[in-house]
Design a binder for this molecule. Structure first.
Ligand SMILES: Cc1cc2nc3c(=O)[nH]c(=O)nc-3n(C[C@H](O)[C@H](O)[C@H](O)COP(=O)(O)O)c2cc1C
Length: 409
């Protein structure tokens, strides 16, 4: 399927390089947004399939690929397929990964994660800003002493990521993981200096960015991924997100990527914004004037026209793509060569919660040349069975428990 490319109306298009405040130039405007690919080896190190996948994305033409959920604390993992940046990580496998992911002048950034209250319970310690016992969420409360250590934990992870050959980092403050939990009144019910007012709830994010910057130095890209809204009553709102963008403007971050939604029980799944438009484009238009930082948004971008239009109108400096680059990993290259292709997205019938993401994750394994038995999902046609994908995905995670425990205890 193709859509008609709109003629250029300003000097900036998807192929225009972008110079970040730290001095690094990214070669075009397409960002492969963070995806937890679950292709670690089960003990926090990269696998051959993961190396092949990031080579594929680098060859596909994205300016920067972000690896999702790279953990700094193995007890705050999102899934046992996550990478862990630690002093005893496999230097050889990380070097191979970062070499492959930076082919063709691409950047490869680590998304520094910490699942906090949503840490994978079989192997981690779910702890968040407040202790909560709800249907679907059971976590303990972090003590003030624990919280004081968190910026340094992210900073150590950033320094290790840099030493491992990553060419940038992204601080994950979206989707209901730790830093997003602190921002959200639903997770954060504290009354000390980490809770209550928005300034207090944002304190951990701002201190973390400062610590990460100090660890990596002035010439290394530090990005942040922030929710425009939690998309649930009582959660982090657009008004609060706008104020946090004003706070981020005063920090040393190089790029603010806007996303939305949370894994707090009962929250709506992805979506939002004006019908037919990418989810957070309208929000980005509203906050464009609040910051001079480069802005990216991810969510719902499907066509060349949408992506090029958002850059051309001056709202976004980079376009984040996730599922589109699972379906069509070489889409940026196609767009650059003037083919305004729009990828065909699969449709799913009655998927269980998490099943669609599981299907995309299994497709990543196939793209890396290591499909799970029964899931050679290279061709995204027909009616794929997301629920079967979820079962296979969960079974793979269970099979990794022992590997994770052997390394991290
Ligand atoms: C398989 C899969 C894994 C994801 N993992 C992460 C992640 O680790 N970190 C993150 O910030 N977002 C993650 N996301 C969300 C995407 O980055 C993106 O925000 C979302 O998919 C919407 O963008 P899209 O419409 O281009 O897919 C994931 C999405 C998918 C499909």
């Amino acid at each position: 399927m193709t859509d008609v490319a709109t003629p250029k109306s300003s000097g900036i298009d998807l192929g225009t390089p972008l110079t970040l405040r730290c001095g690094v130039v990214v070669k075009n405007r397409i960002l492969k947004s963070a995806m937890s690919d679950s292709l670690g080896d089960g003990a926090g190190n990269p696998s051959a399939a993961q190396i092949a996948l990031y080579r594929r994305w680098a060859d596909g033409g994205a300016a920067v690929s972000i690896i999702g959920e790279v953990q700094t604390d193995p007890h705050a993992l999102e899934k046992p397929g996550n990478l862990v940046v630690a002093a005893d990580s496999s230097t050889e496998m990380f070097a191979r990964l970062t070499q492959a992911g930076t082919a063709e002048g691409a950047g490869l950034w680590a998304q520094l994660g910490h699942a906090g209250a949503l840490s994978y319970a079989p192997l981690g310690r779910p702890r968040g800003p407040s202790g909560l016992r709800l249907d679907g969420l059971d976590c303990a409360e972090l003590s003030p002493g624990d919280i004081d250590q968190l910026p340094a934990l992210f900073a150590n992870g950033a320094a290790t990521a840099k030493a491992s050959g990553f060419t940038g980092v992204q601080v994950h403050a979206a989707h209901g993981f730790l830093l997003s939990q602190f921002l959200s009144p639903l997770f954060n019910r504290r009354s000390d200096r980490w809770g209550g007012s928005l300034g207090n709830r944002a304190r951990l994010l701002i201190e973390t960015i400062g610590a990460v910057r100090a660890a990596v130095g002035p010439a290394f890209p530090v990005a942040v991924k922030l929710n425009a809204t939690d998309r649930i009553d009582g959660g982090f709102s657009e008004q609060e997100a706008s104020a946090v963008i004003g706070m981020l403007d005063k920090t040393s971050v190089d790029l603010i990527e806007i996303s939305g939604g949370t894994y707090f029980p009962g929250a709506r799944s992805s979506g939002g914004g004006r019908p037919g438009e990418p989810y957070f484009l309208e929000f980005a238009r509203n906050v464009r004037g609040l910051t001079k930082k480069p802005l990216a948004a991810v969510g719902g971008f499907k066509t060349y026209r949408q992506a090029a239009g958002a850059v051309r109108e001056g709202t976004l400096d980079m376009i984040g793509l996730a599922r589109a680059l699972v379906v069509a990993p070489d889409l940026p290259g196609q767009w650059a060569s003037g083919v305004a292709a729009a990828p065909e997205f699969p449709r799913f019938e009655n998927p269980r919660e998490g099943a669609v993401t599981a299907w995309y994750t299994l497709r990543l394994a196939a793209l890396g040349g290591a499909p799970l038995p029964g899931f050679p999902v290279e061709e995204a046609s027909g009616l794929p069975d997301a629920n079967a994908a979820l079962d296979a995905y969960d079974a793979r995670d269970r099979a990794r428990h022992e590997l994770w425990r052997n390394r991290f205890g």
